[in-house]
Structure formats: structure tokens, C-alpha cells
Design a protein around this ligand. Structure first.
Ligand SMILES: [Zn+2]
Length: 117
């Protein structure tokens, strides 16, 4: 794998074996806590700092609430969200989202949940 440079501090990202899956983490950890998702051993999406990870987590909670409400599968819910975000389904995953995209997704999901009340 080619070397991936941390957007925040310029050090290289290294593979870290997390509790659930492997991901890339800045070799400057814990001073720098940038991470990036891996898919099939390839880095994907936007590098994330802690605020972005928190936001992605919030998005995921709302995503699950919408998914449960409609009884959809994860795939179906992402397909729906991709349509709303005008994204390709391949690119529609919270682990890939930038801050702006994450905010937009959270708004869409929130609106959807509020309409149901
Ligand atoms: Zn770093």
C-alpha cells in the first residue's frame, strides 16, 4: 500500500487493528488522532478527526432509526440516502463522508424522522 500522509500533521498513517475492524491511524497518535477507513486494504473516504467521527456516529444513529422505522435493510437505507444526497450508492457510507456531507445527511435523516411524529 502506498504511503498515506496525515492531513493534519504530515506523518504517515499506519494500519491499526481496532475492536471491530482495521483502519488507518496517524503514527503521531495520541498527539494526533486522525483516522481513515479501510476497505479491502485500501484507504477510502475523507480522513477524520474526533469531531468528524462524533458527527459520523450521530449520523449513524439517525440512519439506524430511519432504517428501523421503515423496516429497510442497510443497503436499502443507503440507497435511499444516496438518492437524497445525489451520490452514487458506492460512495454513500458514513465512513466516507466529509464534514459537510455528514451534516447534510444528518439533516435529511432528522427531517425524515420528524415527519413521522
Ligand atoms: Zn497526524
Amino acid at each position: 500500500m502506498k504511503q498515506i500522509i496525515c492531513v493534519q500533521c504530515g506523518q504517515s498513517l499506519v494500519v491499526h487493528f481496532g475492536q471491530y475492524r482495521e483502519y488507518l491511524r496517524c503514527s503521531g497518535y495520541p498527539q494526533c488522532d486522525i483516522t481513515q477507513c479501510l476497505f479491502d486494504g485500501m484507504p477510502i473516504g475523507v480522513q477524520a478527526d474526533k469531531p468528524l467521527r462524533t458527527q459520523r456516529k450521530l449520523g449513524h444513529q439517525k440512519f439506524n432509526a430511519v432504517k428501523q422505522h421503515y423496516g429497510m435493510t442497510t443497503q436499502e437505507t443507503y440507497a435511499w440516502l444516496a438518492g437524497r444526497l445525489r451520490l452514487s450508492i458506492d460512495l454513500c457510507h458514513f465512513g466516507l463522508f466529509s464534514k459537510e456531507l455528514c451534516q447534510e445527511a444528518v439533516h435529511i435523516l432528522q427531517d425524515e424522522l420528524e415527519e413521522q411524529k
